[in-house]
Design a protein around this ligand. Structure first.
Ligand SMILES: [Zn+2]
Ligand SMILES: [Zn+2]
Length: 638
């Protein structure tokens, strides 16, 4: 589809519209060449940013040639023929837009587009019917744009600082290329989000805001009341979960009720910015169950909810838990484009648009790129995890998927100083879940610092270099418990697994799933892993050994806390052991131990620990443990 720019001049300023070329009346088409969308949008932006003096002249009928020449020069630099500007008067412009808005009214397009951000090609695919006209979907979407119900931009737009992908926000990932679709020699395209369908300069990107809450009166409608949490799930909440869940429910209900009660929707960009809160839960606290309470509240008020997680494997498990939590209700699961999802991307892409989504959507953060102001509640779990952490693309996607007046919940066991500071600044409350679900304290890592560890690190697959205390510690565990050994890199993990003669697992491992299944089924195995298993995995009765824990680039405080958090998660064996082994004692190691101790102190002070429980490190020391106990004096806080 090609476009034209209509421009009218009034003393009040420029009025412009980008419309499909075919929608122009024949007399306006004469002498005008249709443009690819990105060029039309550039012309529109140039006209709208013109200085007041020039606008005045244009309104009086002067300077049109000069302005046209300037636009033609710009288009020439893009390798395009002039010109896409149709000069007309204001009444004519309004008439063209009105005629366009009245055409092709199609509820099918509205249904698919509401709450979404979709390329023209995705829209066509979603609405394709046998024998149907492929252009019908596009012109129906254009009608929604003309009517002001939807927005349309070029998927990649050009401005003074270059080109920018409007879907993923990428600039560095955009490069010009000869294009078979629009004929331009320099059509800009984005490589970063290309796996979701290529964003090009000549491809329209449609977006349509969804409602904050389903239309209706104050009371929840029939479909909303179906979303009730299973009573056995509510009954199984621990005291810590219960308290956090109630606090979170209150926050969400108060916010959404306030938005609904106001009558007039709050205009975008006003108010105090997006509202939300942070849930800071220790590893093994069961924060997902805490979030389900808030989900129930939002769904009960007729809202849509997105539960987003960075990784695919966790998304699938979360969707299943959500389905069970809500008594078998249908939950839409969208996956793809995680770091570990090569197989799933294609499947997720094609299956998405055939059926109406459930009001509860569970998705990887990449999938949020296809939503637009759709969700009254967005719950983002593990927000400090790869690949979400540090990705401006995914941050943009998740924020854009939330309705501007919706509520956001971000959850982690290790939120980090920066996130907490920005939450405080925005006035977001922080809700703590300081105790594990089973009410036992977190295992506090023991620390063993030995120079010999450096020698091993230099040649990890040499069995001669394995420090004796490591062998002794492992041998003491093995008769009765599984051990997960963490290494900072794939090379170290491979080497350590060889020198110890045990299994290994990392993201590039060909038999990853099989290895994990074998480990899960065993009682006495040792598995060496990279940070791949740092979170989102639970094995009952597990001890944790972190090797080369002073590795500066990979093992930061959050990662160390997460790895330690794999131990002692089951109620049957809540007292797992954790050992950090390193050649030097790093700041991150010290801070991780302190953070875990602080959480245990908080849980004890708030009366959330089970009576009679003690921190494992304050219990009688293992007679078979060679680990020094110099630090135990500091740990008897419980
Ligand atoms: Zn992009
Ligand atoms: Zn193109």
């Amino acid at each position: 589809m090609r476009y034209a720019v209509l421009a009218a001049w009034t003393p009040a300023g420029a009025r412009t519209a980008v419309v499909p070329f075919v929608a122009l009346p024949p007399d306006l088409r004469r002498g005008v060449a249709p443009l690819p969308l990105y060029a039309a949008r550039w012309v529109q932006a140039s006209l709208e940013s013109m200085r007041w003096g020039i606008l005045e002249q244009l309104a009086a009928g002067f300077a049109r040639r000069r302005v046209a020449r300037r636009l033609e020069q710009g288009l020439g630099r893009m390798g395009l023929e002039p010109s896409g500007v149709a000069w007309c008067d204001e009444g004519r412009l309004a008439a063209v837009v009105l005629a366009l808005a009245g055409r092709d009214a199609d509820d099918g397009v509205r249904r698919v587009l509401e709450g979404r951000m979709l390329l023209g090609s995705e829209l066509v695919r979603a609405l394709r019917r046998p024998g149907g006209d492929p252009d019908a979907a596009r012109s129906a979407a254009e009608a929604l744009v003309a009517a002001g119900a939807a927005e349309r931009v070029a998927a990649v737009e050009v401005d003074e600082s270059g080109a920018r992908c409007q879907r993923c926000g990428g600039r560095q990932s955009v490069y010009p290329e000869p294009c078979g679709h629009c004929g331009s020699p320099f059509c800009p395209r984005c490589s970063r989000c290309a796996a979701m369908g290529v964003a090009r300069g000549c491809e329209p990107l449609y977006a349509m805001s969804g409602p904050l809450l389903a239309a209706g009166d104050d009371g929840p409608d029939a479909s909303a009341t179906a979303w009730r949490l299973a009573p056995e799930l509510v009954g199984a909440l621990s005291p810590a979960q219960c308290r956090a869940s109630q606090a979170l429910r209150r926050e969400v209900a108060a916010h959404l009720r306030g938005q609904r009660g106001g009558g007039e929707p709050v205009p975008i960009g006003t108010g105090q910015g997006p509202r939300g809160c942070v849930v800071w839960a220790v590893t093994g606290a069961g924060k997902t169950e805490v979030a389900f309470g808030a989900v129930e509240v939002a769904l009960g008020m007729g809202g849509r909810v997105l539960m987003a997680v960075p990784r695919r494997a966790i998304a699938a498990e979360l969707a299943e838990r959500a389905r069970r939590a809500f008594g078998g209700q249908t939950v839409t699961l969208l996956m793809g484009r995680g770091p570990d999802d090569r197989a799933g991307a294609g499947r997720a892409r094609s299956s998405v648009w055939r059926e109406e989504p459930s009001p509860l959507v569970v998705a990887t953060t990449h999938q949020a790129l296809r939503w637009y102001r759709a969700f009254s509640l967005v719950v983002l779990d593990e927000f400090d995890a790869f690949p979400y952490a540090g990705s401006d693309m995914l941050a943009l996607a998740v924020e854009r998927a939330a309705h501007p007046d919706g509520f956001r919940v971000v959850m982690s066991a290790t939120p980090g100083e920066a996130r907490l500071a920005s939450a405080r600044q925005a006035g977001w409350p922080v809700i703590h879940v300081p105790a594990r679900h089973h009410g036992h304290p977190l295992p506090v890592p023991e620390v063993r610092v030995e120079r010999a560890v450096r020698r091993w690190e230099q040649a990890p697959d040499d069995p001669q270099r394995v420090p004796a205390f490591v062998r002794t510690w492992l041998a003491a565990r093995r008769p009765r418990t599984r051990v997960l050994v963490f290494c900072p890199t794939v090379a170290l993990a491979e080497g350590v697994a060889r020198s110890l003669g045990v299994m290994v697992c990392h993201s590039a491992h060909p038999h990853r799933e099989r290895t994990l299944a074998r480990f899960a089924a065993s009682q006495d195995q040792v598995l060496v892993s990279t940070t791949l298993l740092e979170r989102g995995v639970t094995f009952a009765g597990l001890d944790v050994l972190v090797l080369f824990a002073d590795h500066p680039a990979v093992f930061d405080e959050a990662t160390l806390v997460q790895m330690a958090g794999r131990a002692g998660r089951s109620a049957e064996r809540p007292d797992g052991r954790v050992l950090f082994v390193a050649a030097t004692a790093s700041r991150a190691m010290r801070r991780a131990v302190e953070a875990i101790e602080a959480m245990n102190r908080r849980a004890a002070a708030e009366g959330l620990l089970r009576q009679g429980t003690t921190s494992p490190s304050t219990a009688a020391p293992d007679e078979d443990s060679p680990v020094g106990r110099g630090r135990t004096g500091r740990r008897d806080m419980v």
